[in-house]
Design a protein. Structure first.
Length: 513
């Protein structure tokens, strides 16, 4: 039984405002209507941004035009919803089903019992934030795997699951650009495009002393330092601000969540041994795909193609199904294949809200991009930074760029799409204003700002998904409650991470190699 928490103090004014924020579904419906109205009112407005080949004239589409109305209906289902982000909804659903096999087999509960006995509670927040940061190696897997597992872990320990989920969410999303491994997907995306933006405008793709930059590793030293900094800061915020508050709040254990006693049964021990033997076999199969049909190759256009990285979440899903089935049959939880199907079906029953949410949120994001309003918001942010007049102070210029990008990130999500809008403007512009603003420095500043505010905006593609995970333990949780919970992480990450960037810059420490 969950212990009864102390009586909650009356909510503060900020908490009352946060709880008044509508459900994300209603929020995105409202945003969609506002975007449509704004596009109608501003339709035909033109503005100029910098592209790889110079100035690009852009305009806001008049959404009342017949072809634009047809676009809304023609793309609402297949392109804007089911095809959003190259089919991210399908990825969410398949990972949910795969985890369902492992969860309903009892594997996750057994692992949590074992881990909970070995990892001291005082180190748990640090471990979760660190694992969240490192999960960017597997792109979006941290959102879909680590965050729900963190909730299960804290539930097994008798702690409010939202504490562990908040720490994991902070690491996965706010620390997305940091890592100990070089040439991660964010490194490649940001670095290669930064080189294009710089070379197209005649900006040297080099450090301030003229050393040529390597696109994939030009921020590596800074990212390594960031990994340790953010893990420590995230653990501090969890212990100092998040855990004390959430430990006083009630939470419920879902009816389908059976962690049992905190001692492993004989069946669970057999299951864990079977899962342990299955792990190298499953990893060997995955490795065979990685070096075989999914191996990297050079495309006809000369670019490197990485099929395995593009399908890494499917590989993770395969692993969960394999070890989940091994555990289930060895422990006696499963006796026939129909039990595996039943486990997936039970897990699928929790995805209804996700389907409703993503339909409205993804259609809103599609409209924002198609109408041109997203690019227009970015354009206004760039003009505002220019108006600040920080040309003679590189530190203020850097701070202005970080703050501007962090604010834009509250309204326009997506690391890649926003970089493709901001990069062509700021990489050449900041260098021309002050030659110390080299492409690697601007890229590092962008990554700091883009990641730090991900966890406090409903515009982030996975915000609603994380909320759905958290509602398993607190059904009345609102998007405002979740944002309020994550604000301390966002503020501390933004301030400390910016301070680290300034230290690298002022002390002349190389950002990478």
């Amino acid at each position: 039984m969950t212990p009864s928490p102390p009586l909650n103090p009356p909510p503060s004014a900020i908490e009352r405002i946060a709880r008044a924020i509508p459900d994300p579904v209603l929020l995105f419906i409202g945003f969609y209507v506002l975007t449509l109205v704004a596009a109608v009112l501003l339709g035909g407005t033109t503005f100029s941004t910098l592209g790889p080949n110079g100035a690009v004239e852009q305009s806001i589409k008049p959404m009342l035009a017949s072809e634009n109305i047809r676009w809304i209906f023609d793309n609402a289902l297949l392109v804007n919803w089911l095809g959003f982000g190259n089919g991210v909804l399908g990825v969410i659903l398949i990972v949910t089903l795969a985890i369902g096999v492992a969860e309903h087999a009892g594997l996750l509960g057994a692992l949590i019992k074992k881990a909970g006995r070995r990892v001291p509670m005082r180190w748990m927040p640090l471990l979760l934030v660190f694992l969240g940061i490192m999960s960017s190696l597997a792109t979006d897997a941290g959102y879909l795997v680590l965050i729900p597992l963190a909730g299960l872990l804290y539930a097994a320990l008798g702690q409010n699951p939202l504490i562990g989920m908040a720490a994991a969410f902070a690491g996965v999303s706010a620390g997305f650009s940091a890592n100990l491994v070089p040439a991660t997907p964010p490194d490649v995306i940001v670095g290669l495009n930064a080189r294009v933006f710089a070379e197209a405008q005649g900006v040297p793709f080099a450090t301030a002393d003229g050393t040529p930059l390597n696109a994939a590793t030009m921020n590596y030293f800074f990212m390594v330092a960031s990994t340790f900094l953010l893990a420590i800061v995230g653990a501090f915020v969890t212990k100092r601000f998040v855990a004390p508050k959430l430990s006083q709040q009630p939470w419920t254990r879902p009816a389908d969540l059976d962690l049992g006693e905190f001692t492993l049964t004989d069946g669970e021990r057999r299951g864990l041994r079977a899962a342990a033997w299955t792990t190298p076999v499953a990893l060997l199969v995955i490795y065979g795909f990685a070096v075989g049909p999914l191996a990297s190759f050079t495309g006809a256009d000369g670019r490197e193609v990485h099929p395995f990285l593009n399908n890494v979440i499917l590989m993770i899903s395969f692993y969960f199904v394999a070890v989940g089935m091994a555990f289930g049959f060895a422990s006696g939880k499963f006796s026939r294949l129909a039990d595996v199907v039943e486990a997936m079906t039970k897990q699928a029953n929790t995805t209804g809200y996700i389907l409703v949410l993503t339909f409205f949120s993804y259609n809103f994001l599609g409209l924002l991009a198609y109408s041109g309003l997203g690019a227009y918001i970015t354009h206004l942010g760039a003009q505002g930074l220019l108006a600040l007049g920080f040309a003679d102070s590189p530190v203020l210029l850097l701070l202005g760029f970080v703050i501007t990008t962090a604010l834009i990130n509250l309204f326009v999500g997506g690391l890649t799409s926003k970089w493709l809008l901001l990069g062509p403007i700021f990489v050449p512009m900041l260098y021309q204003v002050n030659p110390q603003m080299t492409p690697d420095l601007v890229s590092a500043a962008y990554r700091v700002a883009d990641s730090s505010t991900n966890i406090v905006t409903p515009m982030m593609a996975y915000a609603g998904i994380v909320l759905a995970f958290m509602r398993r333990y607190r059904p009345d949780l609102t998007i405002g409650d979740m944002i309020l919970m994550m604000v301390p992480y966002s503020l501390f990450f933004l301030v400390s991470w910016t301070a680290l960037l300034l230290a690298f810059f002022l002390l002349g420490i190389p950002l990478g190699f």
